[in-house]
Design a protein around this ligand. Structure first.
Ligand code: PLP
Length: 449
């Protein structure tokens, strides 16, 4: 139980003792922090009494907002029944078993096994072990190289950040030397004079070039999000994924779809892979599986890999104390229950997402907006100084940071990646709430121009 501490003291204790993730310590020391004290529906409230519309669903995870009592109650009941036991050796627990089988039912037909972790980062670490173990068991131990994309975000552990392509993260820790990065399908940034479709094919073929460079017999897998989220909501041209799929199929490369953001409705279907017709071998999930209320992630494993792993009879030497934690899995089951019973994925895609995308696209005429892109319930607004040359608003994203702060201080939580303003509101938003979001974002753009 937390005791009641006044806001000024909380802020001071926070600055004295709490090391914040992904936070510029200089700015934080100068400006101080914000203590979030409660949340309801799609609004968060700070301890100064300010209400903020959460245009980011927390960190792309509270797709159903903050008032889902059924999830809270499921966790409460599970904690009373069995607050913890591990799943090592031959033990299991009912919520983990049920959740694994529900996920198998809701994923593509050839996905029948789940490995649970606490987070998306650990799930992507797990992917590396799974892929390496698979090829070892097939007698191809030289197949260890993994290809990913620049500016991708796949998590913060050393392995997951190596899979990721965020240069600022690589600069602060030495990553794995068997991960290689090709360009992201970012037409506005890299497309030049080419049409999106031409560019989509060309950038997909960088995968083929990289495979040739490394040697097909050494390349194990390609990992990518269906839509790159934290990297800037990069919407791939229509030609991109079919070409990547062709290359992976023809060159015997495992395809890992990181569904940590795209999964559970963000793109308008259950999985981003479904939206783009991708046929992956492994799917990473986390975040919205519990609506963000409890830590839980994992890997959905297709029969291609699980047949070999299980058929070997040997041990997969990997696991976490909290893999398949009963309370987290109970939260996952309750979340899936709400998603299915309410039909919210379909209704948001049908009734809310088109209005959201339409309202944001109106910003294309704004003097500092170069591109608006999005799909389903996420979008990016790219800020420019010059629309023709696509020169960005300010060096080192300063303009976008300013715009984000304008929005945040005006009661709208959005993020900024490079020069793009990012928003990914909860699927439970109403049309009126989307209008409030768009109006506030417009005000932030005006203040920045
Ligand atoms: N993969 C993707 C696509 C993500 O966006 C994230 C987090 O934002 C992760 C993995 C890492 O997940 P976590 O923060 O739960 O470790």
């Amino acid at each position: 139980m937390t005791t009641s501490i006044d806001t000024a003291t909380l802020r001071q204790l926070d600055q004295s003792h709490h090391l914040h993730p992904f936070t510029d310590f200089g700015n934080y020391a100068r400006d101080g922090g914000r203590i979030i004290s409660r949340a309801e529906h799609i609004y968060i409230y700070d301890s100064d009494g300010n209400a903020m519309l959460d245009g980011m669903s927390g960190l792309w995870c509270c797709n159903l907002g903050y008032s889902q009592k059924a999830i809270v109650e499921a966790v409460y009941h599970q904690m009373q029944e069995l607050p913890y036991y591990n799943n090592f050796f031959r033990c299991s627990n009912q919520p983990a078993v049920e959740l694994a089988s529900q996920l198998a039912r809701l994923s593509p037909a050839d996905f029948n096994h789940v490995f649970f972790t606490n987070s998306g980062s650990e799930a992507n670490d797990t992917n590396i072990r799974l892929v390496h173990r698979y090829y070892d068991l097939l007698g191809k131990p030289e197949k260890k190289q993994i290809i990913s994309r620049k500016n991708a975000y796949h998590g913060s552990t050393i392995a997951a950040s190596s899979l990721g392509g965020m240069q600022a993260m690589h600069d602060q820790a030495i990553g794995l030397d068997y991960v290689h990065h090709i360009n992201q399908p970012h037409w506005f940034e890299l497309g030049g004079d080419r049409s999106p479709d031409e560019f989509g094919i060309a950038v997909a073929r960088e995968l083929e070039t990289k495979i040739d460079e490394l040697g097909e017999e050494r390349v194990a897998a390609f990992i990518a999000e269906p839509i790159q989220g934290a990297g800037g909501v990069i919407i791939p041209p229509d030609t991109y994924w079919p070409e990547v799929q062709r290359i992976c199929d023809e060159r015997d490369i495992l395809l890992i779809a990181d569904e940590v953001i795209c999964g559970f409705g963000r793109t308008g279907t259950w999985w981003g892979s479904e939206t783009y017709g991708i046929r992956p071998h492994l799917m990473t999930f986390a975040k919205a599986i519990t609506n963000g209320y409890m830590p839980l992630g994992g890997v959905l494993v297709s029969d291609t890999l699980s047949d070999v792993l299980l058929g070997s009879g040997g041990e997969f030497t990997h696991g976490l104390t909290y893999s398949g934690h009963p309370a987290s899995c109970a939260a996952g089951l309750a979340t899936l229950g709400i998603l299915e019973e309410t039909g919210i994925i379909d209704s948001a895609a049908r009734d809310i997402a088109p209005h959201f995308q339409r309202r944001l696209r109106e910003f294309i005429d704004h003097p500092i907006v170069g591109e608006v892109r999005g799909r389903g319930m996420f979008a990016a607004v790219e800020l420019v100084r010059d629309k023709g040359s696509r020169e960005r608003l300010a060096a080192k994203s300063a303009g976008a940071v300013y715009c984000r702060d304008q929005a945040n201080n005006n009661g709208l939580m959005v993020r900024q990646t490079g020069d793009a303003m990012i928003t990914a509101p909860p699927l439970v938003c109403s049309i009126e709430e989307i209008d409030i979001l768009a109006d506030k974002l417009g005000q932030a753009l005006d203040a920045t121009a």
